[in-house]
Ligand binder design. Structure first.
Ligand code: NAD
Length: 228
């Protein structure tokens, strides 16, 4: 028997209880930095060292973190559902929890790519250095989708959401375009959940069940109900 399809859209909030700061803290900064100074193509051109340092710090922070109850319980969901995780996160906590299908919309900290050839992508578990080059001598950059850049995985993510029977949205402010529109690709019959202590359902056009809780408690609650 084919399993129902469950698409899980996650944002920085799911990793907050693992000790990874979310994107927009109350001061509007990401880990103490102005967003336009660390995650735009202009920032990379202007101050490459600063951008590499910022992501080196994010990588170290993510590597020191462990998956929490929310990441772990999503693996349990695979017993009864065909689960596809679409994450805006650049950490690898879903993979380390054991989730099988994880699509990273905004890139991955543990990869580096050529600033010339977008298909030249290599593993990167240590700090990136200014002198790192691809095989043709072009500088390497973080494998991160910066603000203002295309989101190459978007069409694949849209295809997945279009097939969903259930969509679970977790820990995202739904402020980052175009990821915030994905949930609206779900079929009209799909059941939609939003788990976030400060839920922003303004972007979601369909009926949505809101669980205004942190992921560590809210995700097990929803998953256990779905597995009953
Ligand atoms: P965001 O920071 O804009 O929003 C975070 C959301 O998480 C908020 O709605 C907040 O209420 C919620 N939240 C806070 N604590 C929570 C908890 N314990 N449980 C559940 N929800 C909680 O994040 P976003 O919408 O994902 O957009 C952020 C962008 O920044 C993404 O593009 C992402 O690539 C990047 N980012 C990634 C990471 C990561 O990989 N872990 C961390 C920070 C930023």
């Amino acid at each position: 028997m084919t399993k129902p399809i469950c698409v899980v859209l996650t944002g920085a909030g799911i990793s907050a209880e693992s000790g990874i700061p979310t994107f927009r803290a109350e001061d509007g900064l990401w880990a103490g930095h102005k967003i336009e100074e660390v995650c735009t193509p202009e920032a990379l051109k202007k101050n490459r060292a600063k951008v590499l340092d910022f992501y080196n710090e994010r990588r170290r922070n993510a590597q020191a973190a462990q998956p929490n109850a929310a990441h772990l319980v999503l693996v349990e969901l695979e017993k009864a559902y065909d689960v596809h995780i679409i994450t805006q996160n650049v950490d690898d906590l879903h993979e380390r929890a054991g989730s099988k299908n994880v699509l990273h919309l905004h890139g991955e900290l543990n990869k580096a790519r050529s600033s010339f050839d977008p298909d030249y992508i290599v593993p990167c578990f240590d700090d990136q250095k200014l002198e790192d080059k691809d095989e043709n001598g072009y500088p390497m950059r973080p494998h991160i989708v910066f603000f203002g850049e295309n989101v190459p995985m978007l069409p694949k993510a849209e295809e997945l959401v279009k097939k969903a029977d259930i969509v679970i949205v977790i820990g995202t402010s739904l402020q980052v375009y175009p990821a915030n529109g994905l949930v609206n690709e779900a079929p009209s019959w799909a059941k939609i959940y939003l788990i976030d202590p400060h839920p922003n359902s303004g972007f979601i056009r369909q009926q949505v069940e809101i669980i205004a809780m942190k992921a560590g408690a809210g995700v097990p609650k929803v998953v256990n109900a779905l597995l009953k």
